[in-house]
Write a protein that binds this ligand. Structure first.
Ligand code: NDP
Length: 339
């Protein structure tokens, strides 16, 4: 790696190479190719991190297929954890040897990555790299959904779709922490058991049960206060039928496809409903907000109050298989890549 630019902490010369996943053309999983590249140099307010593990998320798929735009070529992966090797000029709050994690900076499918320190949080001693790498993106999402989009309180009732999924199962647990009654949906009986083990009060297998009828039944016809929907196309419209008057639809993903345009007067017809389509970035706008959410998530994991279920770990070279499994509805929890 190059020395000189970053000053005191940079000691080695610039000849180190590393492996990373590169996408030169958007498309299928096969477009993710393992290549050699020079280890980068951290610039001002950045840190060079040796990646311990990288989290795999649906957002990586959206960048890979070109639904979300990135300049080509690029390295996917918004989430990871590892050890700081070097810091750039101006960095005072982090240093070499620090164990850190991030959930909102692209380039994690690599042996080394440079991340702005504004995106980093220190890992508690109790949290290893695999858990740290998988906790922040979906964990902070579950946090803002349950604490900010619709701040749940004791006695509220909510429906969480894909409740055995990465974001879903963390949301189930946080909703229970806030005292809500939690109904979940899952694609198979096995996934339903995984959602239940996260604390869901009832889980509906929505591939064979009608979740609208089931939720009406469970709520005595009244409906839930909020639906948290990450599934999108196949669930969104039906979800509007089981929200109480003036309740909220929180559509935060589209694992089954995008929701088609609809007439806003539908929200009136269904009971003066509120609707939001939020994203994590808009809920971590300041360093204070980021450290609040990340601190809660990592603190709860360290204290054993929140369980991150790691479904499968793949070598970095098998990133394509991880994407196939995620898109193929085969997973229940976190997928990780280990360089
Ligand atoms: P999940 O672990 O939830 O995986 C997706 C799950 O969706 C599947 O396992 C499956 O569960 C369910 N699903 C239902 N229909 C389909 C289908 N046709 N194809 C594939 N999956 C389907 O993934 P993530 O937790 O990583 O993400 C879930 C969604 O949340 C994504 O759309 C993601 O972009 C979004 N998200 C949004 C964020 C935000 O801030 N807005 C942040 C984080 C994630 P089952 O078989 O049980 O139905």
């Amino acid at each position: 790696m190059r020395g000189g630019r970053s000053g005191v902490h940079f000691t080695r010369e610039s000849t180190l190479n590393m492996k990373l996943i590169q996408i030169s053309k958007t498309g299928g999983p096969e477009e993710m190719v393992l290549v050699d590249a020079p280890v980068p140099t951290p610039g001002p307010n950045q840190a060079l991190i040796k990646v311990g593990a990288a989290g795999v998320n649906f957002i990586d798929v959206y960048f890979r297929i070109g639904l979300y735009k990135a300049d080509l070529p690029f390295t996917p992966g918004n989430e990871g954890a590892g050890t700081i090797e070097a810091v750039g000029p101006g960095v005072t709050d982090f240093g070499p040897g620090d164990r850190v994690a991030w959930g909102m900076f692209r380039g994690s499918y690599a042996e080394y990555v440079v991340v702005p320190t504004s995106q980093l949080v220190k890992l508690p001693e109790e949290v290893d790299f695999k858990t740290g790498a998988g906790a922040l993106l979906q964990g902070m999402t579950a946090h803002y959904l349950s604490h900010s989009s619709f701040p749940l309180k004791a006695g509220d009732k909510c429906l969480v779709h894909a409740a055995a999924g990465g974001a879903g199962r963390l949301l189930v647990q946080m909703a229970k922490m806030r005292g809500a009654t939690v109904y979940g949906t899952a694609g198979t009986d096995e996934k339903a058991a995984i959602a239940k083990s996260g604390g869901a009060d009832e889980v509906i297998v929505y591939t064979r049960q009608d979740f609208v009828a089931e939720v009406k039944n469970l709520t005595g016809g009244k409906g839930v206060d909020v639906v948290y929907d990450s599934v999108g196309a196949s669930t969104f419209l039906k979800g509007l039928d089981i929200i109480r008057p003036r309740g909220m639809m929180v559509l935060f993903g589209q694992s089954s496809g995008a929701v088609p345009p609809f007439d806003p007067s539908l929200l009136n017809q269904k009971g003066s409903l509120f609707m939001t389509r939020p994203s994590l970035a808009h809920h971590c706008l300041t360093r204070e907000e980021l450290t609040w959410r990340a601190g809660d998530v990592l603190g709860w994991i360290a204290a054993g109050k929140l369980e991150l279920r790691i479904d499968k770990t793949y070598p970095l070279a098998d990133a394509a298989q991880a994407h196939r499994d995620l898109e193929g509805r085969k997973t229940a929890g976190k997928l990780l890549l280990v360089p």
